[in-house]
Design a protein around this ligand. Structure first.
Ligand code: NAI
Ligand code: 13P
Length: 357
């Protein structure tokens, strides 16, 4: 897709969504529904959506009965959605490539997909994590492995609990790309009757908001599991947003992004919803289960568990104080009990409400 190309002269666009888990399936369905709307109205680009998945049984079910029985049994997907286990087939001719795999496997996935990704494709990350070791945001991993300029890398993020959106409940999101026209084009591809995307050029703010809300969601879940009430949870959400904003702004984000959909919006959705995997993970831990028990019970990706470590290191590297993230890391990775983590958090030295950047 060239920089000059606009939404008006694109016409048909092949969109490959890689990853047929909870969010990949849901996002593919959004784009297919958006294409139906565009087809009917004659306005905007019309996407042909191909979903790649690892498991043949899931792919067959999508193709034969428009259902993903592993994640959303009983929900009818858009009938035009086509699925395949062959990444080369999914990627052939795709001008938009959407990535929906766990953050920590992205690098190895991209290495195997790279040769099939068209040179002019725009690559969109749906992931909310930070890579362990490199401390890179997902768009940075994409840029490094695929050697893409940032103009061809975008992110979609926001308060988007997949279960609600697959039921076609109204939701909003942010499509972020430093190249504004690309963000507008992608906005057109996923705007449906129930999904309203806004544009942003602040990739850093949108990605840090998405990754951090998982960590804060874990902390709020722990508080819930320990039996604490709304004051405790509101305090964690608000101080979590302050922590998120400190980190994001230090990394170059616009402060306003963090009070938008990809910051506060997603934080509120995740921290309030029993549908959130991160919040549920924390809740089980807070209620007294061991980390091993909770890990064994968790089938879907709870990104904050691993990303809490990389995010804390990122904060430390840039001299950002991250007390909630630190408490989460101690519980997730250093055998600290929720009660000990709470004590450590509450007994820190007192501070002004606003400090740091
Ligand atoms: N589920 C949700 O409501 C939302 C999730 N996200 C983000 O989307 C990303 C993906 O999450 P979900 O789809 O929810 O997770 P999921 O656990 O539901 O699905 C992950 C998918 O990746 C596949 N997968 C696992 N390991 C893999 C590997 N090594 N190579 C290739 N594929 C592999 C799984 O088979 C599965 O299809 C995460 O970063 C998450 O934070 C973002 C917005 C909403
Ligand atoms: O990102 C999400 C909501 O926007 C999904 O949250 P969980 O990964 O915690 O389920």
């Amino acid at each position: 897709m060239t920089d000059q190309m606009s939404a008006d002269n694109v016409g048909r666009v092949k969109v490959a969504v890689l990853g047929s888990g909870s969010w990949g399936t849901t996002f593919a369905n959004i784009v297919a529904d958006a294409a139906d709307l565009a087809r009917k109205s004659g306005e905007g680009p019309v996407a042909e959506v191909v979903l790649w998945g690892r498991r043949a049984a899931v792919v067959d079910a999508i193709n034969e009965s428009s259902e993903n029985p592993d994640y959303f049994p009983g929900i009818t997907l858009n009938g035009r959605l086509h699925a395949t286990t062959d990444a080369a087939e999914a990627l052939a001719g795709a001008r938009v490539v959407v990535l929906a795999v766990p953050s920590q496997t992205l690098r190895e996935n991209l290495a195997s997909w790279r040769e099939h990704i068209a040179e002019d494709a725009v690559v969109v990350s749906l992931m909310k994590g930070v890579e362990l070791g490199t401390l890179m945001r997902m768009s940075q991993v994409v840029g490094e492995v695929l050697e893409l300029s940032e103009k061809r890398i975008a992110v979609v993020s926001g308060p988007n609990l997949a279960r609600e959106i697959i039921e076609r409940q109204p939701a909003t999101a942010v499509v972020a790309c430093p190249h504004y026209e690309t963000a507008v084009l992608l906005q057109g591809l996923c705007k449906s009757a129930y999904f309203r995307p806004y544009t942003s050029t602040d990739l850093v703010g949108v990605e840090i908001g998405g990754a951090m809300k998982n960590v804060i969601g874990l902390a709020v879940g722990v508080a819930e599991g320990m039996g604490f009430g709304d004051n405790t949870k509101a305090s964690l959400i608000t101080r979590g947003l302050a922590e998120t904003t400190r980190l994001a702004v230090t990394l170059g984000a616009d402060e306003h992004t963090l009070s938008g959909l990809a910051g506060m919006g997603d934080l509120v959705a995740t921290c309030s919803s029993p549908l959130s995997r991160n919040r549920t993970f924390g809740e089980k831990l807070g209620a007294g289960k061991t980390l091993e028990q909770v890990v064994a019970e968790t089938r879907q990706t709870a990104e904050g568990v691993k990303s809490s470590e990389s995010i804390l290191e990122l904060g430390w590297t840039h001299g950002v104080d991250m007390p909630i993230t630190e408490a989460v890391v101690k519980m997730m990775h250093h055998d600290m009990s929720p009660a000990q983590a709470l004590l450590a958090f509450m007994s820190r030295s007192t501070k002004p409400e606003r400090y740091g950047v």
